[in-house]
Write a protein that binds this ligand. Structure first.
Ligand code: PMT
Length: 407
């Protein structure tokens, strides 16, 4: 499957911090995703992690010295700078932040950054007192104002043993930001806004109990991340999940079907497409008890009322919106999904066999059958949810690109 990192040239600048060991993991992950990673180490970074480590992980020469005659032949920093699709400085010390903010070119990394017009991602790591210092804050603000994306630092335990805001962002977080930056620069959904829903809504029975379902949110988060990677402005409206917010995605948290409806209708006013993977409650308690219902009675009867159909309402409110539904089914997969497509007036529906192995609620993979308005049926194999999301977005893109108009 394609990913936004595949075939990209990434310059990874590493500076002298104990967090430099995490940069080795980042170099490895980027390489595994098919990126060509050129590592530039500051002299102090090379005291924490050797050039050989990065060379072994990236299978490419590593630059440490601007004036190394061998490196000058193998790795001209200007050529590196111009070839880069993105430069990430990870970890970035206070000293390097200052040098980058001032535009100094006193080592291979600073010179490469200065010679490049590629997007810059900076991942600070230092003692919390240092990060809070007005000088560092000024440099961060200056880099941010110049368009650099600053990732972290996080609150946490620091090398000094103290706890504070200075800990380097974790590698998955840095990767998410890199994917967002590359998507914004090169993605085929740039200029579009895609609203995605995820998770299972929670309908209160009383202040402590809820009616909900088994949705983990994984499918919706995968769609939002794939949309972000392809350059869309991704808005993720999610019912409660255990998943972290994907970097570079506008995450809006809701709890109930009614809250999801409000959030979706508001987000869709300026959107191009809506992909509803959420397992929205079809019914909610008519009158949730205001206080916790005490145990004791042998039965508890709850009256349920139907929730509004969000997909249908979104279509009425924004007729030009491309609308994609999901249909969780255990029997008559295609026929049941097709009936939902027609009833809700959708452009595409992903029929989801939630009883098949490796498919549906909570799994990392999914088996979808895509059905469109013309009746075309595409039966996808069991795929990682991200890969299934990518294919789904291919269809959304085709609908958007075809100068699509609602009949
Ligand atoms: O979250 P995961 O663990 O990754 O699991 C993914 C999933 C199984 C939840 C997902 O792939 C899926 O199948 N989602 C659809 C679940 C569902 O509620 O299907 P449905 O057939 O009941 O609803 C059909 C469509 O109408 C859905 O797009 C739903 O979001 C939408 N709907 C439903 C009710 C409602 N009141 N308003 C709606 O818009």
């Amino acid at each position: 499957m394609p990913t936004v990192l595949h075939g990209k040239h990434i310059v990874l600048g590493v500076t002298g911090s104990i967090a430099a060991f995490k940069a080795a993991d980042l170099a490895s992950k980027l390489t595994q995703h098919g990126a060509a990673v050129d590592v530039v180490l500051t002299p102090d970074a090379a005291r924490f992690v050797t050039p050989l480590t990065f060379q072994a992980l990236t299978h490419r020469p590593v630059t440490t010295d601007l004036f190394d005659p061998r490196a000058a032949i193998a790795m001209d920093h200007v050529a590196l700078a111009q070839r880069a699709d993105v430069i990430v400085v990870c970890p970035a010390t206070a000293h390097t932040l200052a040098r980058l903010a001032l535009g100094l070119a006193d080592d291979a990394l600073a010179a490469t950054v200065l010679a490049s017009r590629a997007p810059l991602v900076v991942v600070p790591a230092m003692d919390a007192q240092m990060f809070d210092h007005p000088a560092v804050q000024e440099h961060v603000a200056r880099l941010h104002a110049r368009g650099a994306r600053i990732v972290g630092p996080m609150e946490g335990r620091l090398a000094s043993g103290l706890v504070g805001r200075g800990r380097m962002a974790e590698v998955p977080e840095v990767l998410g930001h890199l994917r967002a930056v590359l998507g914004a620069a090169t993605g085929d959904l740039r200029g579009t806004t895609i609203v995605v829903t995820a998770g299972g809504t929670r309908e209160p029975l009383d202040p402590v109990r809820v009616l909900t379902n088994r949705s983990s949110g994984k499918m919706g988060y995968a769609v939002a991340e794939a949309a972000r990677d392809r350059g869309a402005r991704a808005i993720l409206i999610t019912a409660p999940t255990a998943l972290p917010d994907p970097p570079g995605v506008d995450v809006r948290r809701v709890e109930t079907a009614l809250e999801m409806r409000e959030a979706v209708l508001a987000a869709c006013r300026d959107a191009d497409a809506l992909v509803m993977t959420a397992a929205v409650a079809d019914y909610r308690p008519a009158a949730p008890a205001p206080q916790k219902v005490k145990k004791g009675a042998p039965t508890w009867t709850v009256e349920l009322v139907e929730t509004p159909d969000i997909l249908t309402e979104a279509g009425a409110a924004a007729p030009a919106l491309v609308r994609v539904g999901f249909a969780a089914e255990t029997t008559d997969l295609v026929a049941a999904a097709r009936a939902k497509l027609v009833r809700k007036g959708l452009d595409l529906i992903a029929a989801n066999d939630v009883s098949a192995a490796g498919s549906g609620f909570g799994a990392d993979t999914n088996r979808l059958v895509l059905i469109d308005r013309e009746g075309r049926v595409e039966d996808l194999p069991v795929l990682p949810k991200f890969d299934a999301a990518w294919i789904l977005l291919d269809r959304v893109r085709a609908l958007l690109a075809s100068g699509w108009t609602r009949p």
